[in-house]
Structures are given as C-alpha cells and as structure tokens.
Design a protein around this ligand. Structure first.
Ligand SMILES: [Zn+2]
Length: 378
C-alpha cells in the first residue's frame, strides 16, 4: 500500500507539470476506491458515487481540453497532435458525461451534495462541477484529491491516444459504423472481455474460465489463432470446445501484432476465423474481430463487412498487462471507471493472472447495481 501511495503522489505531480510525460503509456492512472467510504452495491448507492465521480471527471476533461498542441506534445511526449481528433474525443466524452450524469441523477434528492439540479448542457454541467469543491463533505476531502488526480491521469491517457489518432489507430475512435466499443450500451450495463489466450492447458485461461463459472458470469474471449492452434494440437478440438462451452470466443488475429501495418493482416483474420468456427460450437463463436492494440487500417471497413465481422473495441481498459499494475490496482481502477463511464466493455487479458483475482471482489462490490451482459446476447 505504501508503494502505491508513493506512485499516486508521483502521478499527481506529473499530472500538474506539463514538462514531464504525464501521459507516458508507462504511467497508469491509479485510484483508492476506499476513500469514498460508502458501499456502491445497490442502484442508488452506485448512482451517488457515480454522480460524484462524473463531476470530478468532467473537471479534468474541461482542464485538459485547454491544453495547446505544444503543451500536449511536451506532456504526452509525442511529436504531432491531431487537433481535430482531440476536439472530437473531448466533445464526445463531454456529451457522454452529460448523459451519464443525467442517468445517475434520476433519483436525486435536494439534500444530496452530488445532486446539482437539472443539467441540460455540457457547459452547464462544467459550471456546476466547478462549484463542487465547496460542497464536498470534509470527510471526503481525501477522496476528492485522489479522484481529481486519477481523473487527470486517466484523461491524459485517453487524450494521448486521441492526439495520435488516426496516424496510430487505437480504441479511441471509429473508422466506420461497423466498429463499436460499448459506448452505446444501456445505462449500467457492462460486458467482460479477455484477450490474447488461450494459454497452455491448466494455465490462466482455465483459471479465468473457472472463476467466471463460479461467479455465474460470461465473457468474450478474443483468442489468437496461433494460441488456439497450439492448444488444440496439445489436446484436441473437442476439449477446447468444452473448455469454452458457456462462454463466447472471437477473433484477435493469428499473431499478436498491429493489423494496421502488417501485409498479411487479412490472412491473419481469415485463418483465425476458420479455426474458431471449425472448433467451437456455433452459438459460442461470435463474428467479432478485436485488433491487437486496437490497431487496424483506416480503410479496412469493406473487408470486415465482406467477412461478416464487426470490429469490437473497448472503453474500459484495465491495463492488466502492465507490470506497474497489480490486481488491487485493477480492482480500484475498474470500479472507478465503471462509476465514471456507467456502461461499456471491460478489457482484460486471460494470459495474465490479475483479472481472475480482481474480478470476484469487483462483482461483490458492485452487487446488484449493474447488469453484466451475457456474451450470447451480443
Ligand atoms: Zn491483445
């Protein structure tokens, strides 16, 4: 815990200085959910924590939106800034935050400091959020400082991706209407996804599947063709089909490399899709492709249409692949992002052991406040 607090302090300093790489991809936004000091396991308690988190988040969006190109280049350690992409992301995120706040405020009462009255525009919500500091109860001042730091660091992570798009493609934006990321899910509805498997038999994939079964949850596993092929060769296709029998499997390409700059990207997708559909029972194989790193070609839409595949991105990144992040960080980060974003697709990796430790605790903390989508309903 001490190390974690040290990281948080360092992170907040980075967040304030424009001359340091605040959004270096090695710097991950971390947060301490316990500072909220209240449960979030019912719709009403979740909504209250969500309203508070959205107000902090929108302040960070407003402040970060004022950064010049020069500021961003220095802060994010990048050479070019696509201003149009940055503006589009900020406007989209502000509009989503307004709608999320309105959804979270449906059961508001007058004596609740997180209820700021009827808000009808992002400008109005920004003004109300700026008035927040004076209303926060004294026992939540540590929460306020912590969540403000997290929001700044998280917005920096996302702005960096927006500044680089579409030169470097990612999950931050779409190229066409055949691509999605969970932003259009119903309020308080979430989907679990796991990338990069399967592992060898008795590895983290098996443990992750067992954890989901024990918690009666389903998920989409975006598998690498190469890993699936190896697993089938070492056991057999029937065993692999049985392994995933109540879950969903989709395509992450044959090898884990960018599908934006790879000459064989189409072959990678077709080979993997053929292997998935010939191995899994029909109901468990989904016609979805998730590009490694979110990287695909800008003009790839026609190919995916022709293959009958949708491009399935994500909007809640756990960063569980990152060595700086342990399962407790993941629990804190994902709970906080769920409060801020209120719906969407959670990204984990079943080749790592962290999600299988974090998720049972996360399911317990959110209780019946959210709906976990059945992967077969996609
Ligand atoms: Zn991946």
């Amino acid at each position: 815990m001490k190390n974690y607090l040290f990281t948080l302090t360092a992170l907040s300093l980075l967040g304030y200085s424009l001359n340091t790489p605040a959004a270096d991809p090695s710097v991950v936004a971390k947060v301490d959910r316990n500072l909220w000091q209240a449960p979030i396991n019912t719709p009403d308690s979740f909504d209250k924590a969500s309203r508070a988190a959205i107000l902090e988040y929108i302040i960070a969006l407003g402040n970060r939106g004022k950064l010049s190109d020069t500021d961003m280049k220095a802060a994010f350690n990048i050479k070019t800034v696509n201003r149009a992409s940055v503006t589009q992301w900020l406007n989209k995120e502000l509009a989503l935050s307004l709608r999320n706040y309105q959804n979270a405020a449906k059961n508001c009462t007058n004596d609740d400091w997180t209820c700021v009255g009827t808000v009808t525009s992002t400008a109005h919500l920004l003004t109300q959020a700026d008035n927040l500091a004076s209303k926060i109860p004294p026992n939540l001042s540590a929460w306020h400082t912590n969540l403000a730091q997290f929001s700044r660091a998280y917005v920096a992570e996302q702005l960096r991706l927006a500044a680089l798009f579409p030169n470097i493609s990612s999950e931050i934006d779409f190229f066409n209407s055949n691509e999605w990321n969970g932003d259009n899910f119903t309020d308080r509805q979430f989907l679990l996804t796991f990338d990069d498997g399967p592992t060898q038999a008795q590895g983290n994939t098996d443990d992750t599947l067992a954890m989901l079964t024990a918690n009666q949850k389903s998920a989409v596993f975006f598998v690498l063709g190469e890993n699936l092929h190896n697993r089938i060769n070492k056991t057999n296709a029937d065993r692999v089909a049985t392994l995933y029998k109540n879950q969903c499997v989709a395509n992450h390409g044959w090898e884990h490399q960018s599908h934006a700059k790879w000459a064989n990207w189409q072959d990678s997708i077709q080979r993997t899709q053929t292997l998935i559909t010939s191995t899994l029972s029909t109901g468990n194989a989904l016609p979805l492709f998730r590009p490694p790193y979110g990287q695909r070609q800008a003009d790839s839409g026609a190919f995916f249409q022709q293959q009958g595949l949708q491009v399935a991105l994500w909007n809640l990144d756990s960063q569980d692949w990152n060595k700086q992040v342990n399962s407790d960080h993941i629990l804190n980060r994902m709970l906080t992002l769920m409060l801020i974003k209120r719906h969407g697709v959670l990204l984990f990796h079943d080749v790592h052991p962290k999600a299988k430790a974090a998720l049972p605790l996360l399911f317990n903390e959110v209780g019946n406040a959210v709906e976990w989508r059945n992967c077969h309903s996609l």
